[in-house]
Design a protein around this ligand. Structure first.
Ligand SMILES: [Zn+2]
Length: 486
């Protein structure tokens, strides 16, 4: 990286200064979809058309602290380095920071973030590939489909949640999840694996349509448990797998709950099966893999949940890199869409090591408590999940938060979830700045054909160009989506 980015030529220095000016203007004017369009933050892409496949891996809501904590945990308790950190030690890996601002905010949401990669334009928070004039923009998987490539979405959230939807749909509001599921069907995406049966199930969809049935009639294998997924017939090329009503359970709860472990596949397992099917397409594919619940654990100030979901995501990176070793014409991009709550270890190793003993998430703890819970019940529940013996006065603060009687100096930290997060921080030394997304520039790295184009500081929208240029897929910015989809 250092060699690639040491701008020895005067021209490059000039270009970078211009870029920094343009990019600063774009940020302070609230993005501006067209203003910075002529600029590119990418370095020359010497691999145009040379990538047969793209695997795009996104850990949702991953602050740099999250990446560090997961790597610490793996080194100290799993006897390995994270695949992500290992990438940073390899030759030929492009790496830099990325500016994820949306069209109207420094702090993006996941819909606008995924859209910036999915259509090459910044859109307002909450929108999916829909510009500020309400015009639908073609999502990247449609371009790939039109070029004969395979298409896939794998996630631990509902399949219709913002990040996968940013590659496979165009809607004005991210909560239009029933419509998003229909668009996946209309677009005939090849492999869909994740949570969110409710957007496909006639008993739970607003319009009562049987989308599972429609997919089946269209020739998809439809599976709802881990066993069904692992037992799929080798001849099943197209798969819809939805393994939970809403988001898949947190990895920490999945690992320690026998029924969940039996019925819900891991992100790595889903990734492996998706790649096995998509590689059959002679023209290649684009697959997005999302570790979607890292974001939720960060919102909830839940260190155990966060670290374990980040590790599960890291396992999926391992699957992608293994695939790339056998298929070197694969561009693998690893990134996140925004920081969240910016966790960090600010105490001793010993405190941090306690997290390795956790067996359940903070949401699991709180699901067993309510406004009537006694101090001893609160202490027992926390001990069952974390082996921590918290103080009576700590349990009293949580009791008051459960009753809605507690107000923190930082008001966002007053609810039961952040209060539990602060209490556990007394014992684990993992602290949080808040409960929301942050504006931090995010980590971006890539390996394989096209990765040489990753510069030191990338504008989010440029990844759209990078992916399609590397794949050799033609595109036109602002090409409207066919009316039937929106
Ligand atoms: Zn979020």
């Amino acid at each position: 990286m250092a060699v690639r980015n040491n701008g020895s030529s005067g021209n490059r220095g000039m270009a970078r200064r211009d870029f920094l000016k343009a990019s600063a203007a774009a940020v302070f004017l609230g993005g501006g979809t067209h203003a910075a369009r002529a600029e590119t933050t990418l370095l020359p892409n010497q691999s145009q058309g040379k990538a047969r496949n793209v695997i795009f891996l996104v850990s949702d809501g991953m602050s740099v602290g999250t990446l560090s904590l997961a790597d610490h945990m793996l080194r100290r308790h799993h006897d390995r380095v994270s695949n992500w950190a290992q990438l940073y030690e390899q030759e030929g890996v492009g790496r830099g920071l990325m500016d994820m601002a949306s069209a109207n905010a420094l702090v993006t949401d996941s819909a606008a973030a995924a859209s910036s990669w999915g259509c090459g334009q910044r859109v307002n928070n909450g929108a999916l590939n829909m510009d500020q004039d309400g015009e639908a923009l073609t999502p990247i998987l449609q371009y790939c489909k039109d070029a004969g490539k395979g298409t896939g979405l794998v996630t631990t959230t509902r399949l219709t949640h913002a990040t996968p939807a940013g590659f496979g749909s165009s809607v004005s509001a991210r909560n239009m999840e029933d419509e998003i599921a229909e668009q996946y069907y209309e677009r005939e995406l090849d492999v869909l694996l994740g949570g969110g049966t409710r957007q496909f199930d006639p008993d739970h969809r607003g319009d009562g349509e049987d989308l599972f049935g429609a997919f089946r009639d269209a020739g998809y294998a439809v599976v709802k448990t881990r066993d069904e997924l692992l037992d799929l017939d080798a001849s099943d090329d197209r798969i819809l797998g939805a393994f939970y009503g809403s988001h898949l359970p947190y990895e920490l709860d999945r690992l320690n709950t026998p029924d969940l472990r039996r019925d819900v596949p891991s992100l790595a397992e889903m990734t492996e099966i998706a790649l096995d099917r998509l590689k059959r397409n002679g023209d290649g594919f684009l697959l997005q893999v999302e570790g979607g619940r890292v974001d939720h654990a960060a919102h909830g100030n839940d260190a155990g949940g966060l670290i374990n979901d980040q590790i599960a995501f890291d396992d999926a990176i391992g699957v992608a890199l293994e695939f790339q070793r056998e298929n070197p014409d694969t561009l693998v991009i690893v990134t996140t869409d925004h920081g969240n709550a910016n966790p960090g270890l600010d105490g001793s190793n010993g405190n941090f090591d306690r997290i390795a003993e956790f067996t359940h998430t903070n949401d699991w703890i709180l699901s067993g408590l309510d406004s009537d819970s006694s101090v001893s019940a609160i202490k027992e529940r926390i001990e069952e999940a974390t082996k921590l013996d918290i103080r009576d006065e700590e349990a009293e603060v949580l009791q008051s938060a459960l009753r809605g009687d507690y107000t923190a100096a930082r008001r966002a930290m007053s609810g039961a979830r952040p209060v539990l997060g602060q209490i556990l921080a007394n014992h684990t030394s993992v602290s949080w700045i808040g409960t929301s997304h942050s504006s931090d520039y995010v980590e971006l790295c890539a390996t394989g054909p096209g990765s040489e184009a990753i510069g030191p500081f990338t504008r989010n929208t440029d990844l759209f160009n990078l992916m399609l240029d590397s794949l050799g897929v033609d595109y036109a910015h602002g090409r409207k989506t066919a009316p039937t989809y929106a």
